[in-house]
Design a protein around this ligand. Structure first.
Ligand code: GLP
Length: 249
């Protein structure tokens, strides 16, 4: 049986470097068209080279990033922004400070909030009061989006979540991170509300996750399969290694 996906825009680049560059150009193009774009940023190894390319674009003066409004997807809980594994630290160091985005235009999840439910509600209200023009995404263990682990409702909003065994294994064993077992994350519903969604992935392991997410039936056991529900507004940028895992590409 030929497998189909609802997502038509899957761009395959020859290498991870080329895919990261393409993803940065995609983001920059949106900002060039709309300098006041509101963007939810993903973090992680996938985004590192994308942000490096955005820094280059900024340095060359090709795009002005100073008017954008920035949200992010997730943060460990509890987590100080000084911790090496903090996603807030990652964004401060690799995006917000290098691109000189004014503080008043940055909305961060507070990993040290005393009441995480209240913090989730605060963030959710902020998200609802903005039109999110772009959500950038990676894909993680269990095919999670942000920290929406397998079983997350497609109607889920920002909340505190228990990380899955798979995620903990990746963080503690594979990455040697001493990170917590909970996180604050935007929900699947928040992500799907974005005007455009960009998912970036490199390598065969991520390709396997994407195959399940994009070419298997939509199910809450596979959070990233929710992207198929809004296929028209999704762009996937991957390298050749990831593409080899996908049918019909
Ligand atoms: C992490 C984050 C996600 C990220 C994904 C991939 O756990 N919660 O927001 O997109 O997993 O991370 P990486 O790019 O480091 O593989």
């Amino acid at each position: 049986m030929i497998k189909q996906t609802q997502i038509k825009k899957i761009l395959v680049l020859p290498s991870a470097e080329a895919a990261a560059k393409k993803a940065a150009e995609y983001i920059a193009k949106i900002i060039r068209k709309n300098p006041r774009a509101v963007i939810s940023f993903a973090t992680g190894n996938t985004m590192f080279p994308v942000f490096k390319n955005l820094q280059k674009i900024n340095k060359n003066g090709l795009v002005n990033f100073k008017k954008i409004t920035a949200f992010h997807l997730d943060e460990y809980y509890p987590c100080s922004p000084k911790k090496d594994y903090s996603f807030v630290k990652f964004l401060n160091d690799n995006l917000f400070e290098p691109l000189k985005i004014p503080e008043k235009q940055i909305f961060r999840l507070d990993g040290l909030a005393k009441d995480p439910e209240k913090e989730a509600k605060r963030y959710d209200e902020l998200l609802s009061s903005h039109k999110i023009n772009l959500v950038t995404l990676g894909i993680g263990p269990g095919r999670h989006l942000a920290f929406n682990e397998s079983g997350s409702s497609f109607k889920s909003k920002t909340r505190l979540i228990n990380l899955s065994q798979e995620t903990l294994l990746r963080d503690h064993k594979d990455r040697g991170q001493d990170s917590p077992s909970q996180a604050l994350t935007q929900g699947i519903a928040n992500i799907l509300e974005g005007e455009k969604l960009l998912l970036v992935a490199y390598g065969s392991e991520k390709g396997k996750l994407l195959k399940e997410a994009l070419f298997e039936p939509i199910s809450e056991s596979c959070p990233a399969s929710s992207l198929q529900l809004v296929g028209d507004k999704v762009t996937i940028i991957i390298d050749q290694e990831a593409a080899k895992e996908l049918p019909n590409i």
